[in-house]
Structures are given as structure tokens and as C-alpha cells.
Write a protein that binds this ligand. Sequence first.
Ligand SMILES: Cc1cc2nc3c(=O)[nH]c(=O)nc-3n(C[C@H](O)[C@H](O)[C@H](O)COP(=O)(O)OP(=O)(O)OC[C@H]3O[C@@H](n4cnc5c(N)ncnc54)[C@H](O)[C@@H]3O)c2cc1C
Ligand SMILES: NC(=O)c1ccc[n+]([C@@H]2O[C@H](COP(=O)([O-])OP(=O)(O)OC[C@H]3O[C@@H](n4cnc5c(N)ncnc54)[C@H](OP(=O)(O)O)[C@@H]3O)[C@@H](O)[C@H]2O)c1
Length: 424
Amino acid sequence: MANYLKITYLQDKQEDLKVNDYQFRNKPFPISPIYELQVDTFELLTQGENVKRVYKLNFQENKEVKHDYFPGDVIAILPENDQTEINELFKRLNLTDQCNKYCKLDLTDDAGKKSIPKHLPTHHVTLKQIFLKYVDVRSVPKKLFLKALIKHTSDQPDIEKLQQICSPSGSSFYLKFIEENRSLLFLLNCFPSCNPPIELILEHSTPLNPRYFSTATSPLNRQLSIIFDVLELPKGLKGICSGWLEMILKENNRTTKIPVYFRKPGNFRLKPNIDKPIMLIATGTGLAPFIGFLDHFRLMGSHPEIWMFYGCRYVDRDFICKELLQSYANDGIIKCLFTSFSRDNEQKEYVQHKILKNKEVVIDFITNKEATIYVCGDQKTMVKDVKETLVNCFMDCKNVDRTDAERVLSDLVQNGKFLVDTWS
Ligand SMILES: Cc1cc2nc3c(=O)[nH]c(=O)nc-3n(C[C@H](O)[C@H](O)[C@H](O)COP(=O)(O)OP(=O)(O)OC[C@H]3O[C@@H](n4cnc5c(N)ncnc54)[C@H](O)[C@@H]3O)c2cc1C
Ligand SMILES: NC(=O)c1ccc[n+]([C@@H]2O[C@H](COP(=O)([O-])OP(=O)(O)OC[C@H]3O[C@@H](n4cnc5c(N)ncnc54)[C@H](OP(=O)(O)O)[C@@H]3O)[C@@H](O)[C@H]2O)c1
């Protein structure tokens, strides 16, 4: 099918057509306006080899932020793609001269029922801006797109490779290909004789989505902070948002405006009732929301009985906020702090191993003292294993069978006494 999008380059900037920068950006579940925040201070929280780089980023206070949030709430950040990757992409598409010109997007006369994808701004925009802010250049390429590229490919080996990947019998080639080439730039570089029009790429594009981050400060604190780790991907790439944030920090850039909104909360929110104790269980950067909880108790000047289980790889490399947690423990805000380090000894020690070792007191804390359990970690690994461990603890300590132990856990979930914040 012929392209249904048409790009017209404009002679001047046409200020009168200026659109709101965020109007076209994908913004799921917003409960606040978009606030532009700037970096105030930051700290690298990890050091050494074999650990992720984790940063605490403190935003400058922005008086426009009127939104009342709760500890545990999440902000959405609208990131930008990597400048170097986008510049390379335009070079590959022979559009380096064109990409900074203002343009407008229309439908061609024979577009039929097609419409301009909702995430693409239609006027007063440059191709560079579109590809930096609106298009996910790392999305999994669909077979339909790869098929459409064949028409714009001249060399037989490239055509055959594309045909093989798209064929119904080529699923394994397709899966391998998309795993290795999760960037439009890398994808095009696999087929040197493929020169698609930019309109085709835009037609098949998907929106650049926001990334979510737990608030790592109390709403009573006027300064909003997040704790994030930098995702290292194959071929020297970094995660889009974490890479973008790290670049801003490394440049010591305090002027870039980071667009942020508050996302509709789930049930992972600190309960206002401080009469009942709480148990916090986290691994890695899953500590982020709990740093917000603790900041809140500090500022409120009162707190429930708090137990915390925290796990990371090494005590002296990625135990983020170590001194802060120890000071909370010394001040009695955290009554019991259980730590586990997975790579300091030959035998891996995870949070659930510490739970198991302390099963009698843990089960007493949950059942007799009616503690609410908050867990923040990877759903498929840590959260699953913590749940399984708690089931085993119930079986051992309460002398019940698996069915009854599982029922105790599911009752806790049902009654909002076992709350999970997770990222997979
Ligand atoms: C409710 C919630 C709260 C969260 N809170 C926090 C928080 O407090 N702190 C924090 O650090 N994170 C948090 N996250 C995770 C965060 O939102 C982001 O997902 C994370 O920062 C990674 O985003 P990114 O843009 O850097 O990576 P992306 O570019 O989105 O990459 C993410 C994944 O996509 C795949 N991928 C992308 N490109 C490639 C490629 N080229 N090759 C192979 N695979 C690829 C990989 O599987 C990779 O893991 C939270 C997530 C949720 C849902
Ligand atoms: N609210 C949220 O959803 C939220 C908040 C913060 C961060 N995040 C995201 O979370 C990611 C960090 O992931 P992570 O916590 O897995 O960090 P990590 O630094 O990879 O892991 C932290 C610790 O968990 C251990 N671990 C691995 N498997 C486990 C298991 N089955 N049970 C218990 N512990 C286990 C690891 O041990 P080994 O590596 O030695 O096996 C390590 O010691 C980031 O990419 C970030 O984007 C999401």
C-alpha cells in the first residue's frame, strides 16, 4: 500500500501554529497536570563492579506542584530518546539536512479511512523533535513493518533476509532478530540497501511511553525525589528513560525540564493508621517507595512499629541508603532491620532466606500483631519467592497444610494486608 502520510516542509517556524509540547504525548492514567521539574541535587548510591548504577535524584521545588500525593504513589516521567541514536538514524536515512526543518503532517488524498497516528504532532514540529519525543525507536518491530520494508530494499540478499524473517515459517528467525535488534537504527543497519521513506516509518511507529518511578520522599517534604537504576542493554545501549536521566545528571544539567505527572494510584499506598505495625520487604531499587514511607514518618514525628527486610548484592557496593537506614534503626524508627547480601558469600542469601530464618517472630508479627506487609520487587522472582516462603512459614509455625496456608496469604491480600508494588 502507498504511504498515507504526507510531510510538507515549512518555510518558517509559523509561531501562530505552536502546539502544546505535551498535547500529543502518550500519558496513561494521569491525575495531575504535567509539571516541568529540574534537577536540584543528585547522588550516585552504588559503587564498584557487578552492580547497577543507582542514583537518587532530588528535583528542584516547583511551586506549581499542587498535587497532594501519598507515600507509595508513583510519578510518570516523559523521557526523550537518545540524541546520538536519533542523529545516527537521520544520517542512515539521509535526512540530516531535513530533520531540523519545521514541517506539517497530513493525510494523502488517497488515504481512505486511515488517520494520522494519535501520537504524532501534526504541525509546527521538526522530524528531529518527533523522533526525540514522540516515537518509540526501540519498540519491537512488527512483521507488517518488516514486510513493508521489502518494497524499499534493492539488494537481493537483504530482500531474502527480510522475506525469511517475515515468513510464517520464520518465527524463530523473527524472534532472534527482534531480540538482537531492538532499535530502529540497528534494524536498518542490518539491511544496508533498505531505504524506506520517513513517512512509512512514522506510519508504523508506536508512541514513546512514560516511565514510572516511585516517589522516594514524603508528600510533607516540599522536595520530590526518585531513586532509579540505569538499565544497561546489549550493544552499548541504555534504557531510554534511565539513560536520559543519567545523561542529564552527568552533564550536571539543572536547566533541562523533565516532564512529570502523577499517575492514578493503585492500592500500594501507606495506610494512615499508625497503630498497626508494618513490614517492608524490598530488593535493589525496590527500596525507593520505602525511603518515601520512612521520610514521611520522620516528618510526621510518629510511626508504627516497623520491620524491614532488604536485599541487594554486596554490603559495600549496592546497599543503597545504607547510612540512612542504619540511622533510622538507631533512632528506633525501624525496630528490626534484616539485611541479606546475595553475592558476598558463596551461598546466596535473599530476603526470603532471612524471613525463613526468623519465621516464628515473622509469623507472630503478621498474625498476632496484625502487621501490614508491603513488598516492592520483581514479580516473577522475588515477590513470587517471598509469597512461597511465607506460605511455608505459615505451614511450619501454624501447623496447617498448604491449602490452609495459601488461604491465609490470599486472605491477607484480599484484606489489603499484603500489598505489592512490582515492575514485571
Ligand atoms: C509502578 C512502577 C514503579 C516503578 N518505580 C521505579 C523506581 O522507583 N525506580 C526505578 O529505577 N524504576 C522503577 N520502575 C521501572 C521504570 O519505570 C522503568 O521501567 C525503568 O527505569 C527502565 O526504563 P528505561 O526507559 O530506562 O528502559 P527501557 O528502554 O524501557 O527498556 C526496558 C526493557 O525493554 C527491553 N529492551 C529495551 N531495549 C532493548 C534492547 N535494545 N535490547 C534488548 N532489550 C531491550 C528490555 O527488556 C529492558 O529491560 C517502576 C516501574 C513501575 C511499573
Ligand atoms: N515500584 C517499582 O515497580 C520499582 C521500584 C524501584 C525499581 N524498579 C525497577 O526494578 C529494577 C531493579 O531490579 P532488582 O530489584 O531485581 O535489582 P537487582 O539489583 O537486580 O537485584 C536486587 C537483589 O535481588 C536479588 N534477587 C534476585 N532474584 C531474587 C529472588 N528470586 N528473590 C529474592 N531476591 C532476589 C539479587 O540477587 P542476585 O542478582 O545475586 O541473584 C540482588 O541481590 C530496576 O530495573 C527498576 O527499573 C521498580
